[in-house]
Design a protein around this ligand. Structure first.
Ligand code: TXA
Ligand code: MG
Length: 333
């Protein structure tokens, strides 16, 4: 029997309790399952099975040097895989479950394939009920990168996963569009006295600093180009990248409309042209984040020769949106 066409709806499974039980068992046995989280969809594997984790790298085309985030359902489980310092516990109690990943010292239980040989591991407790139920039912943590081919725009719907992987990822749980729309904030707490944001997200450096009463370095380490000496996790200059050239401008500075150019406004313009698009009706930053990747994917599938896009202000989640847009546009500069 031939596999269904790429994009066939047959790949999407609703999160019924029967399906969650089935996929929990499948994950335990080593299958890969694409799962909804509140940030983006993840491509999940049993974190205790190196063979399953290796398959995640292969399907994504991800370098083995780029470590994975491990997802948990409860704090007791985290303690088997990472060293929970008092600071880490304070942060976990305040922000978990939620869109925050902590980089902590790993324990012997965490396989070095997941951490790309590092002595730290990235851990997170997602807030999405389907992710929580699945991890709890499986009884094992799930290693899960975003469910997109390495370097491409992250998926915020189940259909995005099918669009990218087709039959290569036959198990996709459809939990609807993700709520936040951009990946979790990554906080490096491996040196608790020097907390550092490695990737901005919905939870800000200020909110974390207020919680632990220690300043949090907000800037990621300098971006590196692919292939440069050591791959600095999460800091690749080019990432989240459409195939259509993307150019960024400040608000109000989009070029005049042209038939082969899409113009992306932060909010609905007063008199939109046929080639005009917008992230949000209101221009609210959380709304822009929610629609960011879906619109980039939609326009990348259309026949435009270039995309021009307004950059939001660098406040709140705008910092994370700018980070993603800058990386998405980096290779077209
Ligand atoms: O919101 C999210 O975090 C989503 C959902 C699925 O949970 N996951 C996600 O995973 O964005 P991924 O693999 O696309 O991005 C994880 C980032 C990578 O840039 C990786 O280099 C970094 O986390 N990372 C993982 N382990 C690390 C470590 N030990 N030290 C520093 N960075 C690490
Ligand atoms: Mg990713």
């Amino acid at each position: 029997m031939a596999p269904p066409d790429k994009g066939a709806a047959a790949f999407l499974y609703p999160p019924t309790s029967n399906n969650i039980e089935f996929f929990a068992q499948a994950l335990r046995a080593g299958a890969l399952v694409a799962i909804p989280t509140e940030t983006v969809y993840g491509l999940a594997a049993n974190a205790d099975l190196p063979s399953a984790c290796r398959a995640v790298f292969m399907i994504k085309g991800r370098p083995l040097l780029d470590p994975l985030i491990v997802h948990f359902a409860d704090l007791a489980q985290v303690a088997h895989y990472a060293v929970l310092t008092p600071t880490a516990r304070t942060v976990a109690e305040r922000f978990w479950p939620g869109p925050l990943t902590m980089v902590l010292q790993k324990t012997a239980r965490t396989d070095s394939l997941i951490t790309a040989g590092r002595d730290t591991v990235a851990v997170r407790m997602p807030a999405h009920p389907v992710a929580q139920q699945l991890i709890a039912a499986a009884g094992i943590p799930l290693a899960a990168p975003s469910a997109n081919p390495f370097g491409y725009v992250s998926p915020t719907t189940a259909q995005h996963v099918v669009d990218s992987f087709g039959a290569a990822v036959p198990f996709v749980i459809d939990g609807g569009p993700t709520h936040i729309g951009i990946e979790s904030t990554i906080l490096d707490l491996s040196q608790p006295e020097q907390p550092r944001i490695l990737r901005p997200g919905a939870i800000s450096a200020e909110a974390i600093a207020a919680c632990i009463d220690v300043p949090v370095a907000a800037s990621a380490s300098p971006a590196r180009r692919p292939g440069q000496a050591a791959l600095a996790p999460g800091t690749l200059e080019s990432h989240y990248c459409p195939n259509t050239p993307l150019h960024l401008v400040s608000p109000g500075s989009l070029p005049p409309p042209a038939p082969t150019h899409a113009r992306i406004f932060l909010k609905r313009p007063l008199a939109p042209q046929p080639t005009d698009f917008w992230f949000s009706e209101s221009g609210q930053l959380t709304d822009i984040a929610h629609h960011l990747f879906a619109l980039l994917r939609q326009l990348d599938r259309a026949d435009f020769s270039a995309l021009y896009c307004e950059l939001p202000p660098a406040t709140g989640i705008g910092i994370a949106i700018r980070d993603r847009l800058r990386r998405a546009a980096a290779k077209f500069r």
